[in-house]
Write a protein that binds this ligand. Sequence first.
Ligand code: KG4
Ligand code: ZN
Length: 350
Amino acid sequence: MYILGIETSCDETGVAIYHSKQGLIQHGLYSQIAMHNKYGGIVPELASRDHIRKLIPLIDECLHKSHLNKSDIQGIAYTAGPGLIGALLVGAATAKSLAWTWGIPAIGIHHMEGHLLAPMLEESPPDFPFVALLVSGGHTLLVEVTDIGQYQLLGESLDDAAGEAFDKVAKMLGLAYPGGPLLSKLAEQGQAGRFTFPRPMTDRPGLDFSFSGLKTFAMNTLSASQKTPQDKADIARAFQQATAETLAIKCKRALKQTGLKRLIVAGGVSANTQIRQTLTKMANKEGAEIFFPRPEFCTDNGAMIAYAGCQHLLTQQSETLSINAKPRWPIDELYQTPKVNQLSSPANKR
Ligand code: KG4
Ligand code: ZN
């Protein structure tokens, strides 16, 4: 079964074709970063318009490159939320219109479920069950995953997401948008140990995160410095190290709490080399396996949506023709249908 995947939740237009038996056939991505760069962040209306411009040509290109016709496609998966409402609507309306025209089903996918399943696209995918750390620009989540569609939220960020903190600290340091990858590059020039940042919420039990304090700490450290290029690089290094170690402490706790020995890490921030190294070191020490998507599938892409959609369509899930887009969609609300086991937040999650 060939599934077309469409991702338009933010500033990347992603399209992919996934086959239920052969795996990933083709994927294409158009990034809007250059367009938003001059505004220092995403301009939602420009994002929607650009998705309209790029989506159909990208679908055509993917079909052409994979030597497939539209009649070969048997289902369409699109990101239904969370994300920018206008951007989501472009993907949802396109997916539903094509599905109606081609006479095939379309299914809306939760963006974070896409990230969560992205390591499944790799050559050696993890077996279930596992703990998932999802670190993106909008979310920081720890989830216990028993199977496709069986997710239990263990912890989440109470304020800024990890990627959001990276982007805001990067902005303070004078870096362009999106700052995460640029901050990481700057940190390479930084001197280790010059500044020590806190490891927020690690001195008390629980699996929730808070990153806004790290951001304030970075701002105060910068204000008290001479703001030289070396000062900035040292702050970038200390911030990145504190984030990486905080994530590692919480992941170690989540593995202990669940008794699981398998961790997957996904979402844009999981492309960060220091975070990958710190988490790998922790997992090795704990005797746990660790899995990451390849860097291009850490950030937003159509392949993860096509994969997730394929798994759900294989279990005969379907939707009406109405166009679904949910700018806010807590992952707890996923699959609150009798079809799949409910995803619930445990009462003692903090
Ligand atoms: O998953 P993603 O592509 O989009 C969302 O779902 O939000 O994540 C984007 C986030 C941005 O905050 C970006 O700065 C961050 O991931 N990011 C990184 C790196 N690459 C992307 N942060 C730190 N280091 C990186 N190498
Ligand atoms: Zn994302």
